[in-house]
Design a protein around this ligand. Structure first.
Ligand SMILES: *Cc1c(COP(=O)(O)O)cnc(C)c1O
Length: 392
């Protein structure tokens, strides 16, 4: 025991400076873990923003046809996938960097550009990975406060990114800015014109990482198609993923679009075989699945509307979202409701690690899954109301 403590102290001294303060990422609870712990069989996971439709059937078929290829190293240059992305997106293959999930791309960006003494800006309530990669690089985090919960609509979205706050943190040491649009865990977004105007104020030596992991879900006219902006802003990097709408989270594949010279740097840092063969095969097939994307987007929009209305009706405050999840303020520390839902077999995501202890993040499921969640919450409320009425 004491020996173990001593060893931990020794290792902590040996670890790189940025690593010592790192808090490990806490993923959503897996279904089978909940089923083991609570002895249930029909766990419903609405915790990790996965697409409940599962991958397009053509993707599964393409994967089955390629299983034998796992004996070989993958194509480290991702030639065919980059060609397909290039055709689909209208960008040069040289502008594309493939990653083992877009998380990998975020790590590559940090490893390539961040170091002790330089600064990176991100929002108070944005994707925790930004904090992790900045800290691991031992760079200085400048955290922009989000817009407060009582922000009037004309001033922006409550809990959303405050671009003025970002701007006021800019200095000649700012090497990187992370912006998620739509943002996780809030589901909030930035309109294209505001974002473009912001980019015009950012100096060229500051790289702006625009994380569009949920971009394919968006159905708003004021949400910008940012690909053409790469021509206007050589310091702009777009990151995207096949984990979300394409339902390939388990295969790990994402990509960045950037100036080719920036991509060339990322490719120097990248592991030569960072994206496995099956992931490349699946992603290529997924790019053909336009009808699937349309269907997933529509189902998600309906689910968002249903959940927002139903949860608001139950007395919770729901942040308007354009992602595939909603952020719900339960009005008190959310741990109790999280555990009660676990007992009912439903896994949602506590977001205290995002600084939102009273909130839960709930992924939009299939219609019947959303209905199960709402019915479960209704049942809890009526039993609570019932027991309150009975108590003296
Ligand atoms: C899910 C998510 C990602 C993507 O993760 P992958 O590594 O591609 O699975 C990136 N950014 C945000 C904001 C996310 O929520």
């Amino acid at each position: 025991m004491d020996r173990d403590m001593d060893r931990k102290r020794v290792f902590d001294k040996l670890a790189a400076h940025g690593v010592c303060g790192l808090q490990p990422y806490v993923p959503g609870k897996p279904n089978d873990e909940l089923e083991r712990e609570y002895g249930i069989t029909d766990a419903l996971k609405l915790a990790s923003n996965e697409n409940p439709l599962g991958p397009p059937p053509a993707v599964l078929e393409a994967l089955r046809g390629e299983l034998d290829a796992v004996a070989s190293y993958p194509d480290g240059s991702g030639y065919h996938l980059k060609q397909a992305l290039s055709r689909k997106l209208g960008v040069a293959p040289e502008a594309i960097t493939l990653g083992n999930g877009s998380n990998d791309v975020l790590v590559l960006l940090a490893e390539t550009f961040l170091e002790p003494g330089v600064e990176a800006i991100y929002d108070q309530y944005s994707f925790v990975i930004y904090r992790l990669v900045v800290q691991a690089a031992d760079a200085v985090a400048r955290v922009a406060p989000s817009l407060p919960a009582d922000t009037p609509p004309r001033d922006g979205l409550a809990l959303g990114h405050d671009l003025d706050a970002f701007r006021s943190l800019l200095s000649d040491r700012t090497r990187m800015i992370f912006i998620a649009n739509p943002n996780n865990p809030t589901g909030t977004w930035l309109a294209g014109d505001a974002l473009y105007a912001f980019l015009e104020t950012v100096p060229e030596q500051t790289i702006v990482v625009l994380d569009e992991a949920y971009g394919e879900y968006v159905m708003r006219d004021d949400y910008a198609d940012t690909r053409a902006w790469l021509e206007d802003f050589p310091n702009l990097v777009l990151t995207r993923t096949f984990s979300k709408i394409y339902a390939l989270a388990g295969l790990r594949i994402g990509y960045a679009l950037s100036h080719p010279d920036l991509a060339e740097l990322l490719n120097r840092v990248r592991q030569p075989f960072n994206v496995n063969h099956l992931a490349q095969v699946a992603a290529r097939a997924a790019l053909e699945a336009d009808a699937f994307v349309v269907r997933a987007r529509r189902m998600n929009a309906d689910g968002l509307e249903y959940l927002t209305r139903a949860l608001t009706g139950l007395g919770y405050s729901v942040t308007p979202s354009i992602g595939n999840f909603v952020l719900v303020d339960v009005g008190e520390p959310a741990g109790g409701l999280y555990t009660a839902l676990l007992r009912a077999g439903i896994i949602v995501r506590p977001v205290a690690n995002y600084g939102l202890p009273n909130h839960l993040r709930i992924t939009v499921g299939l219609p019947e899954q959303n209905a199960r969640l709402v019915a479960t919450l209704e049942g809890m409320r009526s039993s609570r109301v019932g027991s309150e009425a009975r108590s003296p």
